[in-house]
Design a protein around this ligand. Structure first.
Ligand code: CU
Length: 143
């Protein structure tokens, strides 16, 4: 049993070493945002330029909510859940660089992307009246 444990440690160390040798290998930023009626739980989300982001939007409210950024430089974007062009929006989804929706009562949406330029980007909910009610925040991309 002891010997097996030792071998496992070696395997783990070896795997970690490989990751570090990759150089360009960047850990994914796991971001989570919870929407309620009518607010987000945090006002700032942070990631690094060229760091892959996995953003999960959870809807703990009774209304539709989404996460949108009008203009942001990014690559490798795909919404794995909750692309949600069919929900109530005050603007055209095609004009948004980033958009993911979450249905009410525990629904969630997931979007993965890699921001490519440092800066501060406003995010908000496009459901009519929600941005005005305070569903906005800042997505910070550090160099
Ligand atoms: Cu909303």
């Amino acid at each position: 049993m002891k010997r097996l444990g030792f071998v496992l440690v070696l395997v783990v160390l070896f795997a970690a070493g490989c990751g570090a040798d990759g150089g360009a290998t960047t850990e994914t930023a796991e971001l989570r945002l919870v929407a309620t009626d009518i607010a987000y739980d945090v006002s700032t989300l942070t990631a690094k330029a060229n760091q892959p982001v996995h953003l999960s939007l959870e809807n703990a409210g009774a209304l539709d909510h989404d996460f949108s950024i009008r203009e942001i430089a990014l690559r490798d974007m795909h919404a794995t859940e909750g692309a949600g062009d069919d929900h109530m929006m005050s603007e055209d989804a095609h004009e948004l660089d980033l958009h993911v929706a979450a249905m009410p009562h525990g629904g969630h949406g997931v979007v993965e992307f890699t921001p490519t330029e440092a800066g501060e980007y406003e995010f908000y909910c496009t459901v009519p009246g929600h941005k005005e009610a305070g569903m906005t925040g800042t997505f910070v991309v550090t160099p």
